[in-house]
Write a protein that binds this ligand. Structure first.
Ligand code: BES
Ligand code: MN
Ligand code: MN
Length: 455
């Protein structure tokens, strides 16, 4: 541990400078306008892997954005850690809400503000620096493989193809991911599950063209009103989702498991204050921790239609749209839920309108074991670096490829995230605490050490 701390201290400024350079690339995967920047980011990551001592580093072309691969095989008899991360980021808008530009990393109050600072550039780059440290100090205890992709924020479609085509190259004993959150540096935690996702778009069509709202209003159903009613009907008075069959496959936790989850510290007043809300909302009978971890949810991500420009226009629109997503828990299946939603929404649509439901991407929920050598190695590493044993928690977000690693490579994942829920992921002013960055770099070599010992 002393050696690790010394190396990090001696290289502190460079570790920050390199991350800042990475954060300056606007690697927005969703917007084709940034395709060249995404490619440049991949090249930068590949070069940094080479500089750190990785072999067979390659920027692998896909039908979309490239995947960066690199490895260090020290001994085929030693266990292999497959590090997964993503160098792509969410779009930065709304730009006017950023205090400093999203792709000009700025330090305020010990925090790095930039798009991707936490999700996931700041987090996967800790692994590159931890690897450099282990190489430079001759302490590498496991074989390491890196797979850093550029399409996580848009559903990882091409990663599935890559994984299926590269099973031998990706053979490993565990997948290690830092792309989740912990409670705090004072209360470290390890996420032991991720929710799945079903994402779709609905289009409601009323009259065959936009109409004068005075001439036709009152005689023709307004598709926006209809859509609003349909959406409102998706939750009942207990805030449960009304889609028939939606809860059929939900794994219910035992009272003991629920009690254990609820032991994690949670300050409701602080939570409300941080978000600027007066009261919390959610499924009756469950705590906030449960609502965001072990229960499925449905959210409207966007709704539009009619006239939204400046001033007023008296129109009865022809169309209304919404983007809707559902977070899923074990043992719900993304395709089944998408089908249930589609059937239900088409059925409840009244004759005044026609309804089109188009699925987007999805992903399966995942739980990670807490009794494996890899989990115990993460636990020991965190305990040593933080002075406290991590609390197991269930994460609300989704990393759809975790279930793919299990299905295609037979690998379990350890979610050793160092972010905080308050890091503004996908929001303006995303940040990552410098302290978390360095703490992560210190913890990762300990994971490798203990994983080699325990497996
Ligand atoms: N890193 C997040 C997922 C995450 C965040 C997990 C916080 C746990 C805690 C990831 O980059 C992400 O944003 N995933 C998307 C899904 C994807 C298919 C777009 C998500 O969760 O919305
Ligand atoms: Mn992420
Ligand atoms: Mn994300």
């Amino acid at each position: 541990m002393q050696k690790i701390k010394e190396y990090v201290k001696a290289n502190q400024q460079r570790f920050l400078d390199e991350l800042f350079a990475l954060l300056r690339f606007p690697s927005v995967s969703a917007d084709p306008q940034y395709a060249a920047d995404v490619r440049d980011t991949a090249e930068y990551v590949a070069q940094k892997l080479r500089d750190a001592g990785a072999d067979n580093v390659e920027v692998c072309a896909t039908a979309g954005h490239p995947i960066v691969y690199g490895e260090k095989i020290i001994d085929p008899n030693k266990p292999t850690v497959l590090v997964y991360g993503h160098y792509d980021v969410q779009p930065p808008d709304p730009l006017e809400l950023w205090e400093t530009p999203p792709f000009e990393p700025t330090v305020r109050d010990g925090k790095i503000f930039a798009r991707g600072a936490c999700d996931d550039k700041g987090q996967f780059y800790m692994h590159v620096k931890a690897f450099e440290l282990m190489q430079a100090t001759g302490t590498l205890a496991c074989n390491v493989k890196f797979m850093i992709e550029g399409e996580e924020e848009v559903g990882s479609d091409n990663l599935g193809v890559f994984v299926k085509a590269n099973k031998a190259r990706l053979a490993a004993d565990v997948v290690l991911i830092s792309d989740t959150a912990m409670i705090s540096l004072e209360t470290p935690s390890l996420e032991t599950g991720l929710r799945g996702l079903s994402y779709l778009e609905v289009e409601v069509t009323g009259p065959n063209r936009d109409l004068h709202s005075g001439v036709y209003g009152g005689a023709v159903a307004n598709p926006i009103t209809i859509l609003a009613k349909l959406i409102a009907s998706l939750h009942d008075e207990n805030n449960r989702i009304t889609i028939p069959g939606f809860y059929d496959d939900v794994a219910e936790l035992s009272d003991a498991e629920r009690n254990a989850l609820n032991e994690a510290p949670f300050d409701e007043d602080e939570y409300k204050q941080d978000l600027g809300i007066k009261a919390l909302w959610g499924e009756k009978g469950y705590s906030t921790i449960e609502r965001t971890g072990i229960r499925p949810t449905l959210e409207v991500n966007g709704i539009w239609g009619g006239y939204i420009g400046k001033g007023a226009k008296t129109v009865l629109p022809s169309k209304a749209y919404a983007k809707i997503s559902m977070r899923l828990v074990p043992n719900q299946d993304s395709a089944t839920i998408t089908a249930l939603f589609t059937k239900h929404f088409e059925r409840i649509a009244p004759d005044y309108v026609s309804m089109k439901v188009t699925p987007h991407h999805g992903g399966q929920p995942a739980v990670t074991p807490t009794d494996s050598p890899a989990y115990r190695a993460a636990e020991k590493a965190i305990e040593e670096a933080f002075g406290k044993k991590p609390i197991p928690t269930r994460g609300g977000g989704s990393i759809p490829i975790v279930s793919l690693f299990e299905d295609e490579l037979g690998l379990k994942t350890v979610l050793m995230g160092f972010g905080l829920d308050s890091d503004n992921l996908h929001s303006p002013n995303e940040k990552y605490d410098i302290a978390n960055y360095f703490k992560g770099i210190e913890t990762i070599p300990l994971f490798h050490k203990y994983f080699a010992e325990l497996s």
